[in-house]
Every structure is written in C-alpha cells, then in structure tokens.
Design a protein around this ligand. Sequence first.
Ligand SMILES: [Zn+2]
Length: 528
Amino acid sequence: MTSNTVFLYDTTLRDGTQGEGFQLSVLDKLRIAERLDAFGIHTIEGGWPGSNPKDVAFFREAKNLPLQHARLAAFGSTRRAGVAVKDDAQVRMLLESETPVVTIFGKSWQMQVTEVLRTTVEENRAMIGDTVAYLVGHGREVVYDAEHFFDGYKDNAQHALATLEAAAQAGASWLVLCDTNGGTLPSEIMHICKAVRDRLPATPLGIHTHNDCELAVANAIAAIKAGATQIQGTINGYGERTGNCNLTSVIPILQLKMGLPVVPHLEQLRDLSYFVDDVSNNPHYARAPFVGCSAFAHKGGMHVNAVRKLARSYEHLEPASVGNEQNILVSELSGQANILSKAEQLGLPLAKGSPEAAAILKRVKQLESDGYSFEAADGSLELLIRRELGDHQKPFDLTEYHTSFRQYRDGHPPVCEATVKLVVGGTPELTVAEGRGVIHALDRALRKALMPFYPEIADVSLVDYKVRIIDGHDATAAKTRVLIVSTDGRTRWGTVGVSENIIEASWLALVDGIDLFLQRSISQESDP
Ligand SMILES: [Zn+2]
C-alpha cells in the first residue's frame, strides 16, 4: 500500500438499506454487488448476518458471485458483555458468512458503554479485543468500526483512544473512525484524525461519516487529508436518516481533484448511480453533483452562450469524465462512447462514428425522453443495438392479447386470465392461461404460445418485476415503467417496458425478456 492510495469500502448493501425508502431483495443485492465489483470498489459490505435472515441468504448466494476485484465483508458487532466470544451466536454467524473481511463495530463513547451497554469500560475493551482476536484467529481480515468515535473523543479522549488500542493490539487491519450521528465539522475531523494518527501510527485509518449536517463528503475528504486511507460510504449517499457519505461524489473528488486514482473506469460513474436508483426503485436525483442530469445543465442564456464557446467557463470538470453530459449541447461523442462500450461488452461490432452508432444513440435518447431507462435493462439495450445492426430475427408476430380480472361475490378467490394470439413462421397460435395476477397470467399465456416453436424457453424464468410511475409532464399522462429480470439459470438480464398502461408496459418488458434469450441462442447456434 502506498501513501497515495485510498481504499473504497462500500456499505450500500448494509448501511444504505437502513435508509428510509431504500429496500433491496437478495437478488437486488447480488446485482448491485456484481456492478460494484465491475466498477472497481475494493470492499463490499454485504450485510449484517446476525440481524436478519435476508443477509444470511445473501452471503450464501454471494459465495458463487464471480467477483474480479472486490472482497466481500460481513458486518456485525463485538461479542456481548459477559459472554465468551466463542459462545456468541452473532459472532458465529459472521464466521459462517465465509467472507474474507469481517467488520465489527464497538463502543468508543464512554457514555454509551455505561448508559446504553450498562457495562464497565474494562469489559468494553475486552469485548473489542476478544472479538477482533477471535476473528483474526479464524483467518479473517478485521475492520474495526469505532462507533461514535468523534463524539466519544470529544467527551473522553483517553477512553476513546484506549478502545482503538484494544482493537489494534488484537490484530485489526483497519481502525475506522465513525461520525455515527453526523454532527462533527471538517475541522474537528481533521484535528482528531491527526491525533489518532500520532497515537496509533501502525494501523491504517478509515473514515465512516453520516450526512446530518450535509458534511459527510467534506468530512471524509478532511480525514483523507489527515492521513486516513479508507473511505466507507454508499452509492448516491443512501443510508440512515439523511444518509451516508456519498461515494458518487467522493470518488470523482479523489480522482479528479486530488490526483488519487481509485477506480479504473470513472466514466461509468453515472451509469452506476442510475443502476442503483433503478434497482432500488428510487427516482434519480437531478441535482446530484457529478452524476445528476442537472449537474452540467445550462439554462441562463449568457451561460449557454459561454459554454458553447468554452465549456470550462461554467463547468468545473469535463462531464464525460464521470459519464455525464452537458445538458444543452448533448455531446454526441460522449453519448456514443457509452453505446460503443456497451456494444463491445456484448460482443457486437459497432464502429465509432458509424451511421449505426448515431442511429442507436438517437433511438436511445428518444426512448429515454419517453420514460425508458436502460441502466438496469441491459437486455432491452442489447435488443435495440441488435435491431439497428440487423442482427435480430423477430421470433413472432403478435395478433392480439387480452387480460381479465374476475372478483367473485361469494369469497371464491379472484381469477386472472390472459389470452395471447400470435403467429410464428406463418403458423397461428392461440393460448389461454390463468395466473395469480394479470401479469403472471400474461407471462404464462405467452410462454405457452411460444413453447411448441421454441421449447428452449422452458429454461427461462422471471425472477423480478418492478413497477414505477414516472411523473408525466402533464399529470394526466403519467407513464408506467416496468423493469423485469429474467434468468436461464446461468445468467440474468433486465428488460424494460414503458406505457401509459401498466399491462402494456409489462407486456413489452416480458416480450423483450424472452426475445433476448432467443436471439442469444440463435447467435450461439450460428457461431462457427
Ligand atoms: Zn453508519
């Protein structure tokens, strides 16, 4: 480790999910973990196995994730007071998560020890030391999160420092100073981090800040200036109360303003931000620094005129460096770069500056203005690119479909039914199916109709379905966006549909989900 390296520790999947309105299923967490890994995050905190069964399930599944870059961390607390560490069920679950990194938090603030834990300061230090040593003894890299560190230090610095010493002596690899309540100022952060640095020079320091004073990013940067080398935060700043340190802001500041390279592909930052919003079913925050759609928007006539002549007159950095774009002069080149890199990922031939690339970009922009979002719908984007490149065989022609919902008076459970009529290679097919809901019935009827022609679609199943109402420019025409995730048991792909009608939007996403699978099977068959 060199002195100019900063390690990124993402806690979107743990601290992020403690934020209001930010819920993730196990599948969502797996998708986000893969994406964080591809982006170049160093450590991904996946959850707190001792606090909920969902996180236990996540760690079970996460063992099979093909992570290239990141290491997974399980989060938990020190052993309980008066209990031997080997008998503590919560600590045992941390080991059972089988992650290379384990992060535990302990109390640094004397008041929390005596008033909340109701134990002695000596027992508190033993709880920290025992737990760290036990986990290190089991081959784990241990990150020690010092909860309420700054408040604790201001209250009783000797006590706070002694808790860090207990963790360091027991073999913790990192001492992470937490501004748990988010009330500390950057000047205090810098002063206290330096004091800790001087007292415990041998163990690297990290910083974990919350945004209660809108200072989480500034506080993290202050800690780096004072010698910390790890930042804990979340994508888009999701987290408890007003949120955590926003990695989406911290990363470009480190890389572009401080000359500390932390990720290989900063130009994928905006896409990552949108992906996490889409997967968690949250709206994009337009005024988000760096990644928001207003971050490089120019409205005032004089500004527009100036940026046309010289972008840097009203822009602090090149929007494309973070994957964003200037909002008036839609930069065809930066837009094309995104499409080209996606085509390359998919192994589809697309040349820079080609008429196809321009046509695809135009189509993407038009669909996005109609309410589409492709960040979590890689499958629909692949289909769009294939169609423009002429690398698409239409699997069927739709004649009509029909859905119904019947509620009975006598307590009989309601019935959803769908009819699908389509033509495959000149052969008409008509099927009817029932389902738990209208979309379920429609999905079943569509598969039933296609099965005689494409038996391989039996492998495809729908694993996630999300609905979002997009604010229309006029309230009468609000649109629905449906995101679907399908799998064939080996890979997963997302597809999207948008319509003023939820059934139509769902149909579009369902059809794309199956269509993509068929196109990929066709190209595999035709490969030499
Ligand atoms: Zn926190």
